[in-house]
Design a protein around this ligand. Structure first.
Ligand SMILES: O=C(O)[C@H](O)[C@@H](O)[C@H](O)[C@H](O)COP(=O)(O)O
Length: 260
């Protein structure tokens, strides 16, 4: 993969890279930065995503962002909500959503509502990946119409990583996994059911994610870092994992933000 090591990073090639962070590896399809705490990571990631949004606002007068749910992003979302920019011109949606009501503990919409859509970001427009249909298959046309109406590509997409190598709701064994991962596919959003997914899901498709102007991977803890190392080395069960497909087809380097 031709990794560069910290001292030899060509900063001109990586314009988003702020000073003072440790770059542990970079290659043509990812660049990894390591932070000494979850708080410094959350702050740096929020600043970086906010800069992407500001660039979008000044170039196109509008900006659009897709965020992941799960347990990792809470602190980052709170930091992002404090970023000074014209949030009234920003549209926020999710990378994926569990098919549960917006007040359910497992709802990613709820996570965003409680942690991002407040403070300075109160006026951001949130586009949910959930509707009152009984299941994601039935709700899909409505959700797809919402995504089709967005001014894509996304200015930034933030992904998470599961220990099974899933990202977004690209779960191994998912009923629409091949379709979702098809880089030439035309679907922007799909339903997904998988044995390890818990609830049925809605997910952005791989090309919708990878067309973003900036794609981040936010991971915390040694276990996730070990998972990513296996994905990068294409080893064992993770050699063909969904995250590996993301790395293989990244059109601009995935920006990995990691802390122990
Ligand atoms: O809603 C979700 O489940 C996600 O968006 C999912 O892709 C998540 O990012 C990973 O599963 C990591 O989740 P954790 O941060 O909880 O480990």
């Amino acid at each position: 993969m031709g990794a560069e090591r910290g001292g030899r990073i060509d900063r001109a090639r990586w314009p988003h890279l702020a000073r003072g962070r440790t770059v542990v590896a970079a290659s043509t399809n990812y660049i990894e930065q390591v932070f000494d705490s979850a708080a410094t990571l959350a702050n740096a990631l929020a600043q970086s995503v906010a800069d992407d949004l500001r660039r979008g606002l000044s170039a196109r007068n509008t900006a659009v962002l897709a965020l992941s749910g799960g347990t990792t992003p809470r602190e980052f979302l709170r930091e992002l909500s404090q970023q000074a920019l014209d949030w009234s011109r920003v549209t926020v949606t999710l990378v994926d959503e569990r098919w549960v009501g917006p007040d359910d503990e497992r709802s990613n919409a709820r996570l965003l509502r409680e942690n991002l859509l407040k403070n300075r970001a109160t006026n951001a427009l949130f586009v949910p990946l959930y509707c009152d249909a009984p299941d994601p298959e039935t709700g899909l046309p409505r959700i797809a119409a919402r995504i089709a109406a967005l001014p894509l590509p996304f200015d930034a997409v933030v992904l998470g990583l599961g220990e099974d190598g899933h990202t977004a709701s690209f779960f191994p064994g998912g009923d629409h996994l091949a379709h979702a991962l098809d880089v030439h596919g035309t679907a922007q959003v799909l339903s997904m059911r998988a044995p390890d997914a818990g609830e049925p899901r809605i997910t952005l498709s791989m090309p919708t994610v990878l067309n973003a102007r900036a794609v981040y991977l936010h991971i915390q803890g040694d276990k996730k870092r070990a998972v990513l190392a296996q994905v990068v080395a294409a080893q064992g069960a993770l050699a063909t994992s969904p995250m590996r497909v993301v790395l293989d087809h990244a059109t601009s380097p995935i920006q990995v933000f990691w802390c122990a």
